[in-house]
Design a protein around this ligand. Structure first.
Ligand code: ADP
Ligand code: ZN
Ligand code: ZN
Length: 736
């Protein structure tokens, strides 16, 4: 048998691949890219991925080891997916093995077989019962098989049916047990759709003209303008061509109502992939989609990796949402990767938002993307009126201006709901001593501890450190230790005192710990009745609250003076999103924004002329400062318990990059990449580690990526400074 080695990618941070000898007795024809293998690496047993075979190697023969096991006969990861992985590994300068792990669900990563997704299903034999069924349970069970021919065993047990009841129907020859993959249930009755208004109609016409080829499209439509309705129509066309649709939504936007809207509209199986699923459910969803059984996939960020053999369309809703960017490990942007996927697959991608990111807007304005606008709310709903309410020199009652409270009372009297938005959970953001000025600080972060009352404790929101509340000041022994400022808990308490006649519901990460809890709460709110909702940005996204007619934004000012250059953009997006909760149904809403800076020019521009106008102004600023989207950016971050080492690694990286740039571009006066820093992060110490960053800006992508390649190689081979961790963030979404 001729000599050969197998080229293996391992899930390690190392940016290289490894040569192994084949499993004893296997020839090269058994190995295909995309198969999984088990290998010994040092003393570890790892899963590896075949990239190819070679007939020579630099590894000395004595060091070559054989693969322990080959798990797949045919590739588990398709050639298309492998190519996408190569793009990801190149673009994000990441290890191929770690990238490959993103392509498959956890169970497959751990060596499971695809069939392990299988579950017992029961299918009708299409025989009619010879005699009437006895017992209401039997009848109810049989009735289910009349609406859908096959049911997963677990779906039936969840509905309260027992194995004995199923067996008895099987004994009567009515149903049969099978070992096969259950497809998600299909809607029983297809939902009626609205007649599109003229803007929606126009949007649909433009978008459907793009089906069948790559085109990036921005659907910029105010909240409630009927974007989802347009997506649904477009998907209908895609399905009728026998193709699949991928719908990506932010984590928080994947509400039961959204899912129901998709499931109810089409008579095809819809798969769901989100973080609330267990490993088996993920594997099932992945398999249903990748084998083509499910025709629509709705999912959050990581669903973008799911193979879809008949992909015809990608929709990415709320494209500006930060949750599309992964913030650890492989720091990919699901939006940018979805664009690459659409391009490779030759299908259109629709990016939808009421408040598009400046990057996407820039691409639309320069004609790179098709730009479609929906400016009116669909149906009869009217847009909310927004106003700034100055609290400068105004007496406040529990943090609220008197006219704001009076207006809240008016809405509550009318039986409506009021939403109070404050992006700060806990009771008070600060615990301080009135006598000496001591403040409770986190021992591990440059941050203050938040005071919580339910249950009483001090909590660091950055590293999760928790401790009890001191009864006396640890510095002066005084007893005047108090919470300062307001968080959601305090606002709730104060509003309960001010409006004893209505319930005050708090919606934040402390009250709503699970997806189920949120859905229950949502159902409660949806059932109506006047109430006040106090919440963080959990309340801001994705949910329709038809009875909310007034929104109060308490702390808009916090976002106006952010140290990050995207601060104003993100604040404006959040304000619009919160405001969009008001007046979704027939009743018009109003939005009051309390501020100390009622003459803040950008805030006024947002309120008077809308997000789009503000975005244009912000784009001009970015252009003047040569910031993204007018330049491309990468960030090298370091962190260490040793402050000097964390800083030194970046200083050495800077020196390396400067000389590399000089060497590459000796004649040019200005290097194609400019370097800034190292700077300490805004919160220099977090969870006991000191953090620094080095910023890289470039007009063109190519020189930036070439520099990043060289940098990563330099860092991979860097010796000394063992205590420092580093990572490279391409297209970072913040510089904090
Ligand atoms: P968006 O996704 O832009 O926020 P949706 O598609 O969710 O907007 O639509 C907002 C509301 O308006 C929904 O309740 C939807 O059912 C309704 N709607 C959408 N299009 C129409 C239409 N053409 N006529 C009447 N109501 C519509
Ligand atoms: Zn004190
Ligand atoms: Zn901390």
């Amino acid at each position: 048998m001729p000599f050969f080695v197998v080229d293996i990618a391992l899930p390690l941070p190392l940016r290289r691949t490894f040569d192994y000898l084949p499993v004893a007795g296997e020839d090269a024809s058994r190995y295909q890219p995309g198969q999984r293998v088990r290998v010994e690496f040092g003393r570890q047993l790892l899963m590896g991925y075949v990239l190819g075979t070679r007939d020579q190697t630099d590894v000395p023969e004595s060091k070559l080891r054989p693969l322990l096991e080959r798990l797949d006969d045919t590739p588990l990861i398709s050639a298309d997916s492998l190519n996408l992985c190569r793009w990801l590994a190149d673009y994000y300068h990441h290890s191929m093995g770690e990238v490959l792990e993103h392509m498959i669900p956890t169970m497959l990563r751990r060596g499971a077989n695809l069939n392990e997704a299988d579950e017992r299903v029961w299918i009708t034999t299409d025989q009619a019962p010879e005699k009437p069924l006895r017992g209401t349970k039997q009848q109810a069970l049989w009735a289910l098989f009349q609406v859908q021919k096959h049911w997963a065993h677990s779906d039936l047990t969840q509905r309260g049916f027992s194995l004995a009841q199923l067996r008895s129907l099987a004994d009567a020859g009515l149903i049969e047990e099978r070992q096969q993959l259950p497809l998600p249930p299909v809607a029983l009755e297809q939902q009626q759709c609205h007649t599109l208004n003229s803007q929606q109609h126009h949007a649909l016409k433009l978008l459907s003209a793009e089906l069948g080829r790559f085109k990036a499209c921005l659907l910029e439509g105010v909240t409630g303008s009927g974007k989802t309705e347009v997506y649904l129509r477009l998907i209908e066309e895609v399905l009728s061509k026998g193709q699949q649709a991928l719908v990506l939504v932010p984590e928080i936007g994947l509400t039961p109502q959204t899912v129901r809207r998709f499931q109810d509209r089409f008579g095809v199986p819809v798969a769901l992939l989100h973080s609330g699923l267990n490993d088996r459910e993920r594997l099932q969803g992945w398999r249903q989609v990748s084998e083509g059984g499910a025709r629509i996939l709705i999912g959050t960020r990581s669903a973008v990796f799911t193979p879809m053999p008949d992909l015809g369309l990608i929709i990415l809703d709320e494209e500006h949402d930060a949750s599309f960017k992964q913030q650890d490990g492989l720091r990919y942007s699901a939006r940018d990767f979805a664009l690459v996927r659409a391009h490779r697959a030759g299908v259109p991608i629709v990016l939808g938002s009421a408040t598009p990111s400046l990057e996407t807007l820039h691409n639309a304005l320069t004609g790179k993307y098709l730009h479609i606008k929906l400016t009116q709310r669909a149906g009869n709903a009217r847009a909310p009126g927004m106003k700034l309410h100055s609290i400068l020199h105004q007496p406040l009652i529990s943090g609220f201006a008197q006219p704001v409270l009076a207006n809240m009372q008016k809405h509550l009297n009318a039986g409506k709901q009021v939403l109070v938005f404050i992006n700060r959970r806990g009771f008070a953001p600060l615990l301080a001593c009135r006598d000496c000025g001591w403040m409770a600080e986190c021992r591990r972060c440059d941050a203050r501890l938040t005071l919580h009352r339910h249950p009483p404790h001090l909590h660091c929101h950055h590293c999760d450190y928790q401790q009890g509340i001191p009864a006396i000041c640890p510095q002066c022994g005084g007893s005047q230790v108090e919470g300062i400022g307001q968080g959601t808990e305090k606002i709730q308490e104060q509003l309960e005192a001010l409006f004893p006649q209505v319930p005050v519901r708090r919606v934040d990460r402390d009250t709503v710990r699970t997806k189920q809890a949120f859905d229950d709460l949502y159902d409660d709110i949806h059932d109506g009745g006047s109430c006040i909702l106090v919440g963080t940005q959990m309340l801001a996204k994705g949910h329709h609250f038809p009875d909310v007619t007034m929104v109060v934004i308490l702390d808009a000012d916090a976002g106006l003076f952010s140290a990050d250059f995207r601060g104003m953009e993100h604040s404006a997006q959040l304000i619009c999103q919160v405001a969009g909760r008001a007046g979704r149904a027939e009743s018009p809403g109003e939005v009051w924004i309390q501020t100390l800076y009622a003459d803040h020019p950008q805030l006024n521009l947002l309120l008077d002329s809308g997000y789009h106008a503000l975005a244009l102004a912000l784009l001009q600023e970015r252009q003047l400062q040569q910031l993204p989207p007018y330049s491309h950016m990468a960030l090298l971050r370091s962190e260490s318990e040793d402050r000097i080492q964390a800083q030194q690694l970046l200083q050495e990286s800077r020196a390396f990059m400067q000389s590399w740039l000089q060497h590459q571009h000796p004649s040019s006066r200005r290097a194609p990449v400019s370097l800034m820093g190292p700077f300490p992060a805004i919160m220099e110490r977090r969870a006991g580690r000191f953090r620094f960053q080095l910023q890289m800006y470039a007009e063109e992508r190519v020189p930036l990526h070439r520099l990043a390649d060289a940098l990563v190689q330099f860092l991979d081979n860097h010796k000394g400074l063992h205590k420092v961790r580093w990572h490279l963030d391409i297209d970072p979404i913040d510089t904090l």
